[in-house]
Ligand binder design. Structure first.
Ligand SMILES: Nc1ncnc2c1ncn2[C@@H]1O[C@H](COP(=O)(O)OP(=O)(O)OP(=O)(O)O)[C@@H](O)[C@H]1O
Ligand SMILES: [Mg+2]
Length: 228
């Protein structure tokens, strides 16, 4: 049983005034440790909603979610935050870095919540920034970095606590094609190092990096194909 993610009949409704919007309509999904998955589908099909559930940023209306052997579908916000910090690295389309904070401190941030000392935090953040190719940009703030460099900082932040899964929601959505390739090479390396990687993309060329492509349509899995 090396499935790091086991999802059974997950539904997610949103309440909008009197109306119930059914967004995820019964998703079954198993993802094994070390897999490299691209999640695709039209705008509004539920990709981000599903990623937020996978990343423990949200809980389902019904259905079960077993993450690394633990049922996380009905946990409190505090319990979810703890799991998130330990198990999940999240990368967003818009980077979501703290603007007045150096690359080093942005990357070190999740280790504060993990209770690491300043010395350990700085040492680990330095190591991670070197790994993502930013050893010479550690003291730069986000507005002193290019888009691709900002996303590298965000990837470094996602990796810093050595999570079991890296989730990325359109990580190249705000980058030009050359920079997108660089970021995808970084995800390829992260996957090759043994991490489980799940990313959302609209672009077939980006999805080709993954080993498995899952397509959502209207809140359901339309297809699930393995290329490697
Ligand atoms: N908090 C919410 N309240 C009400 N409806 C929501 C909420 N979040 C998402 N939705 C609805 O759920 C549907 C799916 O949204 P989601 O963001 O998951 O789509 P997506 O596949 O990520 O689309 P995109 O490719 O545009 O990012 C949309 O119709 C959206 O309006
Ligand atoms: Mg989305």
């Amino acid at each position: 049983m090396s499935d790091v993610i086991q999802i059974k009949n997950i539904k997610r409704d949103f309440q909008l005034g009197q109306e119930t919007v059914k967004v995820l309509k019964g998703i079954d999904l198993n993802i094994r440790k070390g897999d490299y998955v691209a999640l695709m589908g039209p705008s509004g099909s539920g990709k981000s909603t599903l990623m937020n559930l996978l990343g423990c940023l949200d809980t389902p209306t019904s259905g079960s979610y077993i993450l690394s052997g633990k049922d996380v579908s009905q946990l409190s916000d505090d319990e979810l935050a703890e799991i998130r910090n330990k198990e999940i690295g999240f990368v967003f389309q818009t980077f979501n870095l703290l603007p007045r904070t150096t690359a080093l401190d942005n990357v070190a941030l999740p280790m504060i919540y993990a209770g690491k000392s300043k010395k350990d935090r700085d040492a680990r953040a330095t190591e991670v920034l070197k790994n993502v190719g930013l050893g010479d940009r550690m003291d730069h703030k986000p507005n002193q970095l290019s888009g691709g460099q900002r996303q590298r900082v965000a990837v470094g932040r996602a990796l810093v606590n050595k999570p079991s899964i890296i989730l990325a929601d359109e990580p190249t959505g705000n980058l030009d094609s050359k920079t997108s390739v660089e970021i995808m090479n970084l995800f390829n390396e992260i996957h090759a190092a043994g991490n489980t990687v799940i990313l959302v993309t609209h672009e077939e060329e980006i999805a080709e990096h993954a080993h498995r492509v899952i397509r959502l349509r209207d809140g359901m899995i339309e297809s699930d194909q393995r290329n490697r």
